[in-house]
Design a protein around this ligand. Structure first.
Ligand code: WQD
Length: 324
């Protein structure tokens, strides 16, 4: 009963590995370490390699007695995906096909997949339900939506899967031991931290003329530890016979960019240097989840609020950042 976590040395992966280990589950991580960080794993076994290496995956499954998989390994930078589509299709889509091929050949029939709310694109209605049409607006999002369809079709050959459509993951472990690596992130919370700690220039707030209360965009920020817990609930759902499904993982609460800045100032006691900049191409105005399905099917709900998210990010970044 071992869980294989691909991309387990990444940001969300490593928080999930930690949660599994804390529950006493057996885990093995498969990660290229191209973007993953070994020290996030503590003493959890790591196989360094690629999901496209079928021989390596098969060997790992047999050696560790893998029964379940959580599949994080993928590239995830939206802008980069438009410039380097081949890299994204190859790693994300061809990689997933290859992985599933090796898993099924070795009798592994349960998989939890790291999907994204990006599959909805710019949704017409909020809160967003799983019935909303999938309208990916980047190569990255298209690869996620394609991987979801691929997994759904694999039902017919015995693979059951849960695709978790993450909203905006942020924050760090409660003890500030692991967190996000801001050097590879374009996301708001790490950028706020970077600006606050003087590791970058002022934060650029992309647009203050949106039709929202304060003119800035609204998103559904979810604590990475809550998100990790959703994966465990999804594994347990599949282990008790649950059928394949895709569900949102969000809080159902919308927060604006300026509200994030305000919370960062509250938890740190510092000022966030920021300036207004033009809108970022492709940014939808308001996106937040309807989390009804994930609650009903997986029994999951967020337990941490915005203060926990931004506070844990602050603890992590302020302790790990060493100015030159
Ligand atoms: C949040 C808000 C920005 C940076 C992306 C992906 C999505 C998912 C999560 C993986 C927006 C604003 C940001 C900055 C800013 N990733 N912002 N200044 O765009 O909602 O979602 O990450 O699955 O697929 O698209 O997240 O953190 O980039 O932006 O003003 O320097 O913060 O405009 O309104 P986004 P984000």
């Amino acid at each position: 009963m071992t869980i294989l976590v691909t991309g387990g040395a990444g940001y969300i992966g490593s928080h999930t590995v930690r949660a599994l280990v804390e529950l006493g589950r057996d885990v093995v991580v498969l990660d290229t370490l191209e973007l993953g960080i070994r020290s996030r794993l503590g003493s959890t076994p790591l196989v360094e390699g690629d999901i496209r290496d079928e021989r390596l995956v098969e060997k790992t499954v047999r050696k560790y007695g893998v029964t379940d998989v959580i599949h994080f390994a993928a590239y995830k930078a939206v802008g980069e995906s438009m410039e380097q589509p081949l890299r994204y299709w190859s790693n994300n889509v061809a990689g997933t096909i290859s992985l599933v091929h090796s898993l099924l050949a070795n009798g592994v029939e349960r998989l939890v997949f790291s999907s994204s709310a990006a599959v909805y694109g710019n949704p017409e209605h909020v809160p967003v339900t799983e019935e909303a049409p999938l309208r990916p607006e980047s190569v990255y999002a298209e690869t996620k939506s394609t991987m979801e369809s691929f997994l759904t079709s694999c039902d017919a050959i015995g693979l059951r899967s849960v695709s978790l459509r993450y909203f905006n993951a942020a924050g760090a472990s409660d003890d500030a031991v692991i967190g996000e690596d801001w050097s590879h992130s374009q996301n708001l919370v790490p950028r706020v931290m970077k600006a606050m700690l003087g590791a970058s220039g002022p934060l650029q707030v992309f647009g203050n003329d949106y039709p929202t209360q304060d003119g800035t965009c609204i998103r559904d920020y979810i604590h990475v530890v809550d998100l990790a817990d959703a994966h465990i609930k999804a594994l347990d759902y599949l282990a008790t016979g649950g059928k394949s499904i895709a569900c949102n993982v969000g809080t159902g609460m919308g927060t604006s960019v300026l509200e994030i800045i305000d919370m960062a100032e509250q938890v740190s006691g510092r000022k966030v240097p920021y300036e207004f900049a033009p809108r970022r191409a492709g940014d939808p105005t308001t996106v937040f989840a309807d989390p009804t399905l994930v609650r009903a099917i997986l029994g999951w709900k967020a337990t941490r609020d915005l203060r926990d998210i931004v506070g844990s990010a602050w603890e992590w970044h302020s302790h790990s950042y060493k100015p030159a």
